[in-house]
Design a binder for this molecule. Structure first.
Ligand code: URA
Length: 210
């Protein structure tokens, strides 16, 4: 991808995102919308996957038909909210390999600390798409991508639903080689690190927790 930040302006994405932002959208509706948007965003983020051809026979004749080339791509979810994007993407790309990164914030240092890390083999030979709905401060996404690079990932993308300018700037500084795809770039972070106007806590909204 050429640009460091791609905002997907497709009308369906924008309409569904507005429905998700509304405070009175139910948990079930929120999850359904997230699954649908994740598939539209997946279309954008996988637009440059390498292709080859395979000889096939249609009912009419033989042809060299396009198929995906190379190793299966890897989707890596940043727990727990990343799983909302992951589920929809896996419906579209069922053969993708899947990894999980779990991070919590140390309340003294305020730094992200890893509590879980499990990723597919041969990471260096795959397109690795890290997913997390909210790119807020950028602390967890930068830490997750640090870990993925340490594990050998070379070709990475970051997919989110909403991004704050602060998070985009932090990612650009730490990982200028990792293009970001998002449905919207919001105004700012508030004093608690929430994206404004945003949609609230994505994990709570998708799982009905508080
Ligand atoms: N995480 C969320 O779920 N929401 C925000 O606004 C910021 C981080």
């Amino acid at each position: 991808m050429k640009d460091h930040l791609t905002v997907v302006k497709h009308p369906l994405v924008q309409h569904k995102l507005t429905m998700m932002r509304k405070h009175d959208t139910t948990t079930g509706e929120f999850r359904r919308l997230l699954r649908e948007i994740s598939q539209l965003l997946a279309y954008e983020v996988t637009g440059e996957l390498p292709m080859t051809t395979r000889r096939i026979t249609t009912p009419m004749e033989e042809m060299d038909a396009p198929v995906l080339a190379g190793r299966k791509l890897a989707l890596v979810s940043i727990l727990r909210a990343g799983n909302g994007l992951l589920d929809g993407m896996l419906e579209l790309i069922p053969s993708a390999r899947v990894g999980f990164v779990g991070l919590y914030r140390d309340e003294e240092t305020l730094r992200p600390v890893q509590y879980y890390f499990k990723v597919p083999t041969e990471l260096g030979e795959r397109l690795v798409i890290t997913v997390d709905p909210m790119l807020a401060t950028g602390n967890s996404s930068v830490a997750a991508i640090d870990l993925l690079k340490e594990a050998g990932a070379r070709n990475l993308r970051f997919l989110c639903l909403l991004a704050a300018p602060e998070g985009v700037a932090r990612m650009k500084e730490a990982h200028p080689d990792v293009p970001i795809v998002t449905a919207a770039l919001d105004e700012r972070l508030n004093e608690k690190g929430y994206i404004v106007p945003g949609l609230g806590d994505a994990g709570d909204r998708m799982y009905g927790t508080k």
